[in-house]
Design a protein around this ligand. Structure first.
Ligand SMILES: [Mg+2]
Ligand SMILES: [Zn+2]
Length: 367
């Protein structure tokens, strides 16, 4: 999903002059590090939109022929360094004109607000004034106050490029009510309440071995059977992880794990003798999910969990998250078989989720 930075101009990109009006080219001074910061943020996948109030633009107090050369110098300089604003939106009115487009009113950004396809959760309004903070709030996105001394461009760029990977997904149907929150960068804050002790224990394996936190509240129609609750938990968990991943920049993408004789082998190859359990996964985002599952469970049920729901759970999760997933477990005690699969999945997921830098791990340019 597309994510935006809506950015104020004066006092945020260009320094605000003493008279608060940039009406000649010699008044154009850039704020420190704005260019490298915007380049980095663009690389992290943000699209940029400039939103500026220019009081009385086009009137006698601020004629266009004094504004335009200075404004073009700002935009052209940014562009020459690789920074592209998708749009530059300007309100030319004075406060007492009572227009609908002066920040923090929403007139200028209305086309963006009508478009529901972009990612509100990871988009921000950046500016130096209270009206900019109010603008973010009115748009339903976060606001970031730019301040040269306490929250300059270098700080903003580094905090936004390592934005927290958290998400919550809620799904209510006639069969189940599920709310799952995930935090992909912090372990140890998990909580499970699915009404099925063994399933809680299994989800805990994914969280613990995946190095993530999962908070799962599941109310299923357990009086019918466990099927819906387990399947839908897989779907919602997959959706939550996908949402938290955002544009997936920097992630390992691939995970593989091969525990043999209580030892995790860190390599996976086709001709290894896979005696215990094998999981290989790829957060590929492909529309058609490759899922293979190879297990012969020694019992039909472990705790309240029907063994046949294990592949069903993982397939639901794989489809929701866009995973290519291959799983294998050898014969043995059914509890151990199931637990080994959840543990191994968690371990493989850990590798795939880990973040280094902000490259997109795909030659196609999208995942
Ligand atoms: Mg400003
Ligand atoms: Zn206006």
């Amino acid at each position: 999903m597309k994510k935006y930075l809506f950015i104020d101009r004066d006092g945020t990109i260009a320094a605000e002059p003493y008279d608060e009006q940039i009406d000649s080219t010699d008044k154009v001074v850039f704020e420190p590090f704005v260019i490298p910061a915007l380049l980095k943020l663009q690389q992290c996948g943000f699209s940029l939109v400039m939103v500026s109030n220019q009081d009385g633009l086009g009137t006698e107090s601020f004629p266009l022929n004094t504004f335009t050369p200075a404004h073009e110098l700002i935009v052209n300089t940014l562009e020459s360094q690789g920074i592209r604003f998708e749009q530059v939106l300007i309100c030319p009115h004075k406060p007492d004109d009572n227009c609908e487009c002066r920040k923090p009113k929403l007139g200028l950004v209305m086309p963006y607000l009508k478009d529901t396809s972009w990612d509100r959760e990871h988009s921000y309004f950046i500016g130096d004034r209270d009206s900019d903070m109010a603008m973010g709030k009115n748009m339903g996105i976060g606001s970031i106050r730019y301040d040269r001394t306490s929250n300059g461009w270098q700080q903003i760029a580094s905090s936004l490029s390592s934005a927290p990977r958290v998400a919550t997904v809620e799904r209510n149907t006639r069969e189940t009510k599920i709310k799952i929150s995930v935090d992909l960068d912090h372990a140890g804050l998990s909580h499970f309440d699915t009404g099925m002790g063994f399933f809680d224990h299994m989800l805990d394996q994914i969280a613990t071995h995946g190095g993530i936190s999962i908070d799962a509240k599941v109310k299923g129609d357990l009086w019918v059977d466990e099927h819906h609750a387990i399947e839908d938990t897989g779907i919602v968990l997959g959706q939550a992880i996908l949402k938290a991943l955002g544009d997936k920049r920097g992630i390992g993408r691939f995970g593989f794990v091969l525990p043999m004789d209580e030892v995790y082998a860190e390599v996976f190859s086709d001709n290894l003798n896979t005696d215990d359990v094998m999981v290989a996964l790829d957060i590929s985002g492909r529309p058609h999910v490759e899922f293979t599952f190879d297990a012969e469970f020694s019992r039909d049920k472990v705790g309240q969990m029907p063994a046949q729901m294990v592949p069903h759970f993982f397939e639901s999760l794989a489809v929701a998250l866009g995973l290519t997933l291959h799983m294998h477990v050898s014969k043995g005690n059914a509890h151990h078989q199931v637990e080994a699969l959840f543990k191994a999945f968690g371990r493989a997921l850990r590798q795939a989720l880990v973040r280094h830098g902000d490259e997109l791990p795909s030659s196609k340019g999208s995942l």
